[in-house]
Write a protein that binds this ligand. Structure first.
Ligand code: HEM
Length: 393
C-alpha cells in the first residue's frame, strides 16, 4: 500500500480542528451561489480567466473608476498591472532583507513588554506584529507610535463587530466609522503621503501617490491591506500558538525543527483552520462547468479536507501530509490563481518568527485559553481572551 492510499483505522475520526464546529454552524455562502467543495474543481475556478471577483460586496463596487477601488476587486489586465507594481514588496528576497528586520524589531518590543508586565493578551501581541509588518509594506511609517497606529487601525477594521441591525444603528455605525477613518487619515495616512510626495520609497503608498490616486482611492487600498493582511495574521498567530501550547510534542518539534519543518507545521494548521472560509467568483461566460452570471462559492474548508488530495484522516493535524501528498502546504487557505494572497510568505514568516521567539521565553505559558467566536461580516473565526505569561527578564 503506498502512502497516498494508506488508511489509519486507529485514528479514524480524530478531528483536531478548533474552528470546525463553529464554522459548520455559521458559514453562510452568498445567497444563490453554488458551493464547490472538491479541491480540484475549486482550484480550477480560482485559476480560471473566465471568472470575476464576487462576494465581499464586490457586486456593489463601481468598476468604472478603478483608481478608487482596491485591486482585490479588479480582474484581468488592470488587476495584473496593479499587482505587478507591488510584487517586489512580497518577493522572498525582500522578506529576508527587509521584513525580517521589522519582524525582529517588533518581537524585541513584544518580548520586553511581556517580560516587564508578566502577562499580556495574546491577540494584542499578534495584532502588533501583523500591523507593524503590513504598515511597513503599505508605507504607514510616519505615525506618532506603532502602538497608536495599531489602535487606530483596529478601531476602523474591528468596527464590523459593533454593527447591529436596524436603520438607526446603521447610521450610528457609519458615523462612528467615518470619525475613525478621519482620525487614521489625519494621524497616519496624510503624514505618510506627505513624506512620499517629498521622497518616494518602496511601498504601496509611494506607488499610489505616483499614480495620482485620490484620497478615497488611497484609503480604500490601504484599508484592504489592513483587512487582508492584518486581521488574518492576528488570528492565524493565535490559532497556531493555541495548538502548540496544547500539544507539547508538536511544540517540541516546532522548536527543534529547521525552518522548512516549522513552515510545514504552520501550513498544516492553516489547512485545518483556514482564516478565510470561502471565496466567491462570478462566471463571466458560459463554459462546460459554469453558466454565465452564475456565482460560485469555493469552500476552502471543504477543499482543504477533500480526501482525494489530503489522503486519509483529513481532519488530523499531520505536518508531514503535504509533503507525502506532494501538494502545497496551505492547500487553498491563501486562495489560488490570479488573486492568490501576495502576502502568504510574509504571513508565514512573521508567524514563524513570532512563535519561535515567544516559545523560547523562559516560563512561557498560556494562562487563559482563547474564546472562539464567529465574525459574520468576514465569515471567519476570531480568537479573543487568550493570555500568555512568562518569567521576568
Ligand atoms: C494568515 C494570513 C493570511 C491569510 C489566511 C490570507 C488569505 C488570503 C486569501 C484567501 C486571499 C485571496 C482572496 C481571493 O481570492 O479573493 C488573499 C488575498 C490578498 N491578501 Fe492575504 N492572507 C493573509 C495574509 C496577508 C498579508 C500579510 C498581506 C499583506 C501584507 C495580505 C495581502 C493580501 C492582498 C493585498 C490580497 C488581494 C490579492 C488580489 O486580489 O489579487 N494577506 N489573502
Amino acid at each position: 500500500m503506498d502512502a497516498t492510499t494508506a488508511t489509519c483505522p486507529v485514528t479514524q475520526g480524530r478531528d483536531d480542528r478548533k474552528s470546525g464546529k463553529l464554522a459548520d454552524a455559521n458559514v453562510r455562502p452568498a445567497p444563490g451561489s453554488r458551493v464547490v467543495g472538491a479541491f480540484g474543481p475549486a482550484r480550477e475556478i480560482l485559476r480560471s480567466p473566465k471568472v470575476r471577483q464576487a462576494g465581499a460586496s464586490a457586486e456593489q463596487v463601481d468598476l468604472s473608476n478603478p483608481g478608487e477601488i482596491s485591486f482585490f476587486f479588479l480582474d484581468g489586465d488592470l488587476h495584473r498591472k496593479r499587482r505587478a507594481a507591488v510584487a517586489g514588496l512580497f518577493a522572498p528576497k525582500t522578506i529576508v532583507t527587509r521584513h525580517h528586520a521589522v519582524m525582529h524589531r517588533t518581537m524585541d518590543s513584544i518580548v520586553a513588554k511581556l517580560q516587564r508586565l508578566g502577562s499580556a493578551p495574546l491577540d494584542e501581541l499578534s495584532w502588533q506584529m501583523a500591523v507593524d509588518v503590513a504598515a511597513d509594506i503599505v508605507g504607514l511609517t510616519e505615525s506618532d507610535s506603532n502602538e497608536n497606529l495599531a489602535r487606530r487601525v483596529k478601531a476602523v477594521l474591528d468596527s464590523s463587530m459593533e454593527r447591529k441591525p436596524g436603520r438607526i444603528n446603521e447610521i450610528i455605525f457609519n458615523i462612528k466609522r467615518l470619525v475613525r477613518v478621519a482620525r487614521l487619515w489625519k494621524h497616519d495616512l496624510a503624514p505618510a503621503i506627505e513624506a512620499r510626495r517629498k521622497e518616494p520609497r518602496d511601498d504601496v503608498i509611494s506607488f499610489l501617490v505616483k499614480e495620482n490616486f485620490s484620497k478615497k482611492g488611497i484609503i480604500m487600498e490601504c484599508m484592504s491591506y489592513g483587512g487582508a493582511g492584518m486581521m488574518t495574521t492576528r488570528e492565524f498567530i493565535v490559532m497556531c500558538a493555541w495548538h502548540l501550547f496544547e500539544k507539547p510534542e508538536l511544540q517540541q518539534r516546532f522548536l527543534t525543527g529547521d525552518e522548512d519543518d516549522q513552515f510545514a507545521i504552520l501550513e498544516e494548521i492553516l489547512r485545518l483552520e483556514p482564516v478565510a472560509s470561502m471565496l466567491h467568483r462570478r462566471a463571466a461566460e458560459n463554459t462546460e462547468d459554469m453558466a454565465e452570471g452564475e456565482v460560485l462559492c469555493v469552500s476552502i474548508r471543504d477543499a482543504n479536507t477533500d480526501e482525494a488530495i489530503t489522503g486519509p484522516c483529513p481532519y488530523e493535524l499531520d505536518p508531514d501530509r503535504a509533503k507525502r501528498m506532494k501538494v502545497v502546504g496551505p492547500y487553498l487557505s491563501f486562495g489560488d490563481g490570479p488573486h492568490r494572497c501576495p502576502g502568504a510568505q510574509v504571513a508565514l514568516h512573521e508567524t514563524r518568527i513570532f512563535l519561535d521567539r515567544m516559545f523560547r521565553l523562559p516560563g512561557i505559558r498560556l494562562v487563559a485559553e482563547p474564546d472562539i467566536t464567529w465574525n459574520p461580516y468576514i465569515q471567519g473565526y476570531e480568537l479573543r481572551g487568550a493570555v500568555v505569561a512568562c518569567d521576568p527578564a
